[in-house]
Write a protein that binds this ligand. Structure first.
Ligand SMILES: *[C@@H]1O[C@H](CO)[C@@H](O)[C@H](O)[C@H]1NC(C)=O
Length: 351
């Protein structure tokens, strides 16, 4: 009896330590501190907390086995991963401005590598719950840009059009007629989530596509980590929208589910390569195992995420359906060697 009670009090000790540490660990994530030396390099966890989270095994359990091909980054890894920065910059600016009212230039200006600030991004009128989620996503994007830049080198942030007018144009294209009044992503939480439906999903498509083009073990580790969080963000956005799928989007009268259908169809049209995109509900035969209409996650016949190439992604983000004709989110074109290669003589580094 005595031994069992003493062992349960031992088990409880780390739990109390966790409770003591939690307020400290969580407080820094909610609002941006006013002054810090380098906001994109979060401080180490306090030693006790680190021990609490990592002392379950010895060094051999904690280290991955050595890579079969001991090359961290191959030269051919660089362009496809740098291409992803175009999407990461877009997400970072949209989420940061939407939730904090400030962008990369205020929070981590060096990561933009001298690229121009985005056009038309602003703080959205979000409820507290949505704002907290978007703040987290926004800060995650800073980590993504930093990790890509550290692993394969950076590219300058492209000019990004995040004006309400650009999102309104997307929705007009999606419905095939001008919505009246024009769709405003910054007006409220629901509109912002519908606008968010547009971008992280393309990140998933991109990273799934990138996977077969890269070979370095560090590059693969990076892309797997990026894919994981992009997929998570998209899943959260879609789940929040799914809860409201039957709700009419004011003042248009169309439901949330219908908006997602239209946007997905638009992406399929602009991507020009068949169905790689599905809204929140589908005909049963398109659902998982051809057996369900619920479609919280968009995936193929084997329930695997769809891949898209850089050219397909650019056709969508340019809103022109043509990777050679910039517009939409990137009025001057996206950056990096892959995007520039489609623009021919019209665009090159520093031009
Ligand atoms: C942003 O998009 C809107 C809507 O298409 C357009 O009117 C505006 O000129 C664009 N801004 C830039 C800088 O391209």
């Amino acid at each position: 009896m005595a031994s069992s009670s003493s062992s349960s009090s031992h088990a409880a000790a780390p739990f109390f330590l966790l409770l003591l540490l939690l307020p400290q660990l969580c407080s820094s994530g909610v609002t941006l501190p006013d002054q810090f030396v380098d906001p994109t390099y979060p401080p180490e966890r306090p030693a006790e907390a680190a021990a609490l989270f990592s002392n379950y095994g010895g060094p051999s359990v904690c280290k991955p086995p050595p890579p079969y091909i001991p090359v961290a980054v191959f030269p051919h890894d660089v362009d496809p991963v740098q291409f992803a920065l175009n999407l990461e910059f877009t997400e970072a600016e949209f989420f940061l401005h939407g939730a904090y009212g400030e962008g990369l230039d205020q929070i981590a200006p060096w990561l933009a590598l001298g690229g121009p600030p985005p056009v038309g991004a602003r703080e959205a009128n979000l409820d507290e719950e949505t704002r907290r989620v978007v703040k987290e996503f926004a800060l995650q994007e800073i980590g993504h840009i930093r990790a890509i830049t550290r692993t394969v080198g950076g590219i300058p942030r492209p000019l990004i059009n995040l004006s309400a007018d650009n999102f309104a144009w997307v929705m007009d294209m999606a419905f095939g007629y001008p919505l009246n009044p024009p769709f405003d992503p910054y007006a409220n939480s629901l509109n912002f989530l519908l606008a968010c439906y547009l971008i992280p999903y393309l990140g998933i498509n991109g990273y799934v596509g990138t996977n077969s083009m890269i070979d370095g073990y560090k590059t693969k580790e990076l892309v797997a980590g990026l894919l994981g969080v992009e997929a998570g963000q998209d899943a959260v956005i879609r789940a929040l929208l799914f809860e409201r799928r039957g709700e009419a989007v004011a003042p248009y009268g169309m439901t949330v589910a219908e908006f997602t259908d239209r946007v997905s169809e638009l992406r399929n049209r602009l991507g020009r390569c068949g169905a790689k995109d599905e809204g929140l509900t589908v005909p049963r035969e398109l659902g998982a195992e051809g057996a369900i209409c619920t479609n919280v996650l968009s995936a193929d016949r084997d329930s695997l995420s769809y891949a898209r190439t850089p050219a397909q992604l650019l056709g969508i983000l340019y809103l022109t359906g043509d990777e050679r004709v910039p517009g939409g989110f990137f009025p001057e074109g996206a950056n990096g060697r892959i995007a520039w290669s489609f623009l021919g003589a019209n665009k090159s580094p520093g031009n």
